[in-house]
Design a protein around this ligand. Structure first.
Ligand SMILES: Cc1cc2nc3c(=O)[nH]c(=O)nc-3n(C[C@H](O)[C@H](O)[C@H](O)COP(=O)(O)O)c2cc1C
Length: 167
C-alpha cells in the first residue's frame, strides 16, 4: 500500500518540546505531513549479533516503508552532525542490508530531504554527506537539505524549500 509522494516527518531531537519540535510545527504549518519522533521509540544501537531485533526499529521501518515514499528528516545539529537518535536510526538501516534484505530493496526509489536546526550557522559543506551518500547507497533520492537557525527561523526559506519538494 504505497501512495506516490506520501510524506512523513521523522524528527530526532533528544527532547520532546525543544527547538526541533518547534521547527516540526512550523513545517506542519505549511503541510499536512504527519510526524514521528524517534525519541518516542526504543531503538538500540546497531548490533552485529542482531540481538535487538525485538526493539521498535523493525515495526517503525516497516511502517515507513509501507506507508510513506518521502521522509522529511528533521534533526538538531549536535556536535556538527545529525543527532545521536537520528544516527542510531541510520545505523540500524544496516539491518536491512543483511537480515531483512527484502525490506532494504523496498527503499529503492523512495526519497529523503533534511531540515536541521541549531543556534549557529556553521554547517560545513560536508554536513549533508551522510544523508546524500546514504540515500544514494540505498537507492533513495536525496532531495536536499535546509539549515535553520533558532534565532532567525527563516519562514520564507522553509516555505520555499517545502514548495520545491512538492513540485
Ligand atoms: C549535545 C549537543 C550538541 C550541540 N552541538 C551543536 C553544534 O555543533 N553546533 C551548533 O550550532 N549547535 C549545537 N548545539 C545546539 C543545538 O543545535 C540547538 O540548541 C538546537 O536548536 C537544539 O534543538 P533541540 O531543542 O531539539 O535539542 C548542540 C546542543 C546539544 C544538546
Amino acid at each position: 500500500m504505497s501512495e506516490k509522494n506520501t510524506s512523513i516527518i521523522l524528527s530526532g531531537s533528544a527532547r520532546h518540546d525543544g527547538d526541533t519540535e518547534a521547527l516540526v510545527k512550523q513545517i506542519q504549518g505549511f503541510t499536512a505531513w504527519p510526524h514521528i519522533e524517534l525519541n518516542q521509540f526504543s531503538i538500540g544501537h546497531f548490533d552485529y549479533a542482531y540481538e535487538n531485533q525485538g526493539d521498535d526499529f523493525l515495526p517503525l521501518i516497516k511502517k515507513l516503508i509501507d506507508q510513506y515514499d518521502r521522509w522529511i528528516l528533521v534533526t538538531p545539529v549536535y556536535w556538527y552532525a545529525m543527532s545521536g537518535a537520528m544516527k542510531v536510526f541510520f545505523d540500524r538501516i544496516t539491518d536491512l542490508l543483511t537480515e531483512h534484505k527484502d525490506l532494504g530493496r523496498m527503499l529503492r526509489g523512495k526519497s529523503m530531504a533534511v531540515v536541521t536546526v541549531s543556534h549557529g550557522n556553521n554547517l560545513g559543506d560536508t554536513f549533508w554527506l551522510p544523508f546524500s551518500e546514504t540515500a544514494h547507497y540505498l537507492g533513495m533520492h536525496f532531495l536536499g537539505g535546509l539549515h535553520t537557525s533558532v534565532h532567525a527561523i527563516e519562514s520564507d526559506a522553509l516555505q520555499d524549500f517545502i514548495e520545491k519538494l512538492n513540485e
